[in-house]
Design a protein around this ligand. Structure first.
Ligand code: FES
Length: 151
């Protein structure tokens, strides 16, 4: 990890403004922000670890645990909510055994919720990796998860 971090730091100026791009590069390299990498980024930018953590937690793009191989996003925006998106989310949570924001123990799936994926006409909608599924029903969840398990 140290070698990769040094490579990342060598591409940035040692200043506070560099923290977010550095955290983005760390996440790009490791898939999430390992605590020791956040500490090292703070030292590099001459920032307190608490400040680094504060910045990182402010942005939803940063992950603090490894992501699954496949990312399932179940829309909970207004259109999807009205059309039964909550029931779809419940079914995905039940089948994967995780709550929104969590990754399965085998790291095959990470489950997230989103406020809108721009497919309101197809509500309720969910996305698995790059595949969008509209007019979702809880009964389709098993088939869709199985179809995307091997990606
Ligand atoms: S609210 Fe779900 S796609 Fe827009």
């Amino acid at each position: 990890m140290q070698e990769k971090l040094q490579e990342i730091f060598s591409q940035h100026y040692r200043k506070r403004d560099a923290l977010i791009p550095i955290l983005q590069d760390i996440q790009g390299a490791f898939g999430f922000l390992p605590p020791e990498a956040m500490t090292a980024a703070g030292k590099f930018c001459r920032m307190d670890p608490v400040e680094v953590y504060g910045v990182a937690t402010f942005y939803a793009q940063f992950k603090f645990s490894p992501m699954g191989r496949n990312v399932v996003m179940v829309c909970q925006g207004t259109a999807c909510h009205v059309m039964g998106g909550g029931r779809v989310l419940e079914e995905v949570q039940t089948q994967l055994g995780v709550s929104a924001g969590e990754t399965t123990k085998d790291r095959v799936f990470t489950l997230e919720t989103v406020a809108c994926i721009g497919a309101c006409a197809l509500a309720p909608a969910m996305v698995v990796n790059k595949n969008t599924y509209g007019r979702m029903k809880a009964e389709r969840v098993t088939e869709i998860l199985n179809a995307n398990r091997g990606d």
